[in-house]
Design a binder for this molecule. Structure first.
Ligand code: GLA
Ligand code: ZN
Length: 681
């Protein structure tokens, strides 16, 4: 992992793009940045054009000087392979490298993420570049990680990708009859006679109009293939790097919950996860925290790297608000609190031209460090130095988990009906945030994750059932777990063929319900779920989808208040083995998710380390006998937390002599952070 190469502290730095300046300027940056505590630079992210001028014309002299200068100043280097944007000459000479878009238009040279993943030119040339970089710079002591390409993106619809799709299908299905069956191709007379009949789903074929796609099975397979195909380009570069530097960890920077690539599959090929965090100023803190948790979950809890965040402002949102004083620090610690072992920025110095000229950087256009942003970066730099290696390598210990699955996301995104308003990540967020808001640690797990260590697992909208999945949920519940799922779950198999045994298909026994019909209404309309007594008592607003449920062993906890199905079950619980399985038959208001999750946790004795206070995030990382509690005030008001254990505050040295019987108050100013080292139980 990036933090382990003798830095002895959280690596602090980020992208530096000196190729955009005269060399005479470089030293100014390299001398100024250490004043902000910067100790790691990511270089060569868009360096290809400068390194290779023609098929066999290489020039590493400039990058040599960048590396020399940065090394002489003591920086650690995260070295990018630079293959996220191909050189102009390559596009001119080898047009196969250019992508085709979803409308079938051949792209010209331009922008980035513009290379076709199937292009023989791209494959051969990117691997050659990676190999050359490894040979030239791989021996350097200060090389801490390889950064392959940059934010792999979207897809290509060219003939080569189409041919690759056919070969991928052939490997997966063997015979074309199996494809016809999986996609229900008899619909609209689509029977395929050979693999050659298959074309990519695009605006020219199946993916257009109100149905989103005519064939969900095909569109799903296309996304799987595309993710695999682009992953092959990563693996090819990685293997070239590994052949020379087997011990230097390899990563690529992910983008959180990004729709085009199945990051869980990618994670298996990466040495460590790194990702770029660009929340919108209006995102609640739980949205960002969920993304961190998902990135942590990709490698089953292994600490990840925050590869990029802006120190102040982005350029690409409709309104690019400045991060208010303290917010950069707060969001940096939020990453660490949720599992990051680095704090890194895009970028060190602002571009003068092109679309990122107004994107924030550690060094602004004024060129000196006497700015608010630089000072804040420097303050944090000091703190991180003082923090040293303490948090590095520690992990979140969660007894609760929420399941996220890229196939399910794709299937729900591609589905025609029952509603256009269901937002899968928003449903994941609803339940994950419920745990987070209760200060209960919650992992993000995936369809193939081991559930053994968990006591509560929520799999909202688990629409797409993979082989063995229902059995695993059953085994989890049977041995005492609390399982929770929601509307549309269990409906389809891996190819999006809908169950013919009644909804929710293979989950019917576990949940003890039969869903006969699902109503869908516009967001302007709602129904209520009435719970008569107990901890969930009340009437809870529900929107978007409404299941008509028959009990088959489950008990009705809540019932619909309106429509022709008023009085029928809407929220159910089924005792199953030693555990219980909950079903929520609609898209419920956050308050019900919050209440439900808190009750499930309380019933299992899962207590928060600190009682929740609105707007304050609390997480814990532990390992090797150390335990650190993070408290982050995302609100604009001072907050007061109650400590019931003895602790020392690492950032200000305050010590709290607290116990369950004599609690202490921890005060946090708006946007302030505390890291508490536990000194006892
Ligand atoms: C991404 C990219 C960077 C830069 C930033 C700007 O994360 O990786 O190269 O474009 O966005 O926000
Ligand atoms: Zn292509």
């Amino acid at each position: 992992m990036i933090g382990n190469k003798g830095i002895g502290k959280i690596p602090y730095g980020g992208d530096w793009n000196p190729e955009q300046w005269e060399e005479s300027e470089w030293m100014k940056d390299l001398e100024l940045l250490p004043k902000a505590g910067i100790d790691i630079l990511t270089v060569n992210v868009f360096g290809w054009a400068g390194l290779q001028r023609d098929d066999d014309l290489w020039d590493f002299s400039k990058l040599d000087r960048v590396m020399e200068a940065a090394t002489a100043k003591g920086y650690r280097i995260c070295l990018a392979t630079g293959t996220a944007a191909h050189p102009a000459w390559m596009a001119r000479k080898h047009p196969d490298i250019l992508r085709v878009d979803i409308d079938g238009r051949k792209r010209k040279f331009g922008a980035r993420h513009n290379s076709c993943p199937s292009s023989p030119t791209y494959r051969a040339y990117s691997v050659r570049l990676a190999a050359k970089l490894a040979e030239r710079y791989g021996h350097r002591e200060n090389l801490v990680a390889w950064h392959v390409s940059n934010e792999y993106y979207e897809a290509c619809w060219c003939d080569a990708c189409e041919a690759g799709f056919r070969r991928w299908l052939e490997r997966k299905y063997g015979a074309i009859e199996n494809v016809n069956r999986a996609w229900n191709a008899a619909f609209w007379g689509h029977t395929f006679y050979s693999f050659e009949d298959v074309v990519l789903p695009s605006h020219l074929s199946e993916e257009w109009g109100a149905n989103r796609t005519i064939f969900q099975g095909m569109s799903l397979d296309w996304r799987r293939y595309n993710s695999d195909n682009i992953l092959e380009t990563f693996k090819a570069e990685r293997d070239a790097l590994k052949a020379v530097t087997p011990d230097v960890p390899v990563t690529t920077n992910l983008m959180g919950l990004y729709p085009w690539l199945d990051y869980r599959a990618w994670a298996r090929e990466m040495d460590f996860i790194s990702w770029d965090n660009y929340p919108s100023p209006d995102d609640p803190w739980t949205v960002t925290a969920l993304r961190h948790a998902a990135m942590r979950g990709l490698k089953d809890g292994m600490p990840f790297a925050l590869m990029e965040q802006t120190p102040s402002v982005t350029n690409w949102q409709p309104y690019n608000a400045l991060k208010r004083p303290g917010v950069m620090r707060l969001l940096s610690y939020q990453a660490v609190a949720n599992g990051s072992d680095t704090v890194m920025f895009f970028q060190m110095r602002r571009s003068r031209g092109a679309c990122e000229k107004f994107h924030g950087a550690v060094i602004d256009h004024c060129g000196h460090g006497d700015t608010r942003v630089f000072r804040e970066v420097a303050e944090l730099g000091k703190e991180l130095r003082a923090l040293g290696a303490k948090t590095l390598g520690t992990r979140t210990k969660a007894r609760c988990a929420v399941m996220f699955d890229w196939d399910t996301w794709w299937a729900l995104m591609l589905t025609a009906g029952p509603t256009v308003d269901l937002d899968y990540p928003a449903e994941i967020h609803r339940y994950w945030a419920a745990f987070a808001r209760a200060n209960v640690a919650c992992d993000v797990v995936f369809a193939d994750s081991n559930l053994d260590g968990y006591e509560i697992v929520a799999a909202p909208c688990a629409y797409l059932m993979k082989p063995g999945m229902a059995e695993r949920f059953e085994a989890f519940t049977r041995r005492g777990g609390a399982f929770l799922t929601t509307v549309l779950s269990g409906l389809a198999d891996e190819s999006d063929l809908v169950t013919d045994t009644g909804y929710p298909g293979p989950l019917r026994t576990l949940l003890g319900v039969w869903v006969e019909e699902t109503d869908a209404l516009p967001l302007s309309r709602s129904n209520g779920i009435a719970v008569e007594s107990g901890a969930l008592a009340g009437t809870w607003e529900t929107k978007t989808l409404f299941d008509v449920i028959h009990l088959e062993g489950a008990e009705a906890i809540g019932r619909w208040t309106a429509e022709f199905y008023a009085g029928t079950p809407a929220l159910t619980r089924n005792r199953f083995g030693a555990g219980e399985a909950w079903y929520v038959g609609g898209v419920v208001e956050q308050a019900l998710a919050d209440r439900l999750v808190s009750e499930l946790a309380a019933a299992r004795g899962i207590a928060p380390p600190i009682e929740p206070v609105e707007g304050v995030e609390v997480t814990e990382r532990a390992g090797d006998g150390r335990a650190y509690l993070f408290a982050l005030n995302h609100g604009s008001q001072p907050a007061e937390l109650t400590l019931r254990f003895p602790a020392v505050s690492l950032l200000d040295g305050a010590s709290y002599d607290a116990s369950p019987d004599s609690p202490a108050a921890l005060r946090l100013a708006p946007h302030d952070v505390a890291i508490l080292e536990r000194r006892g139980p």
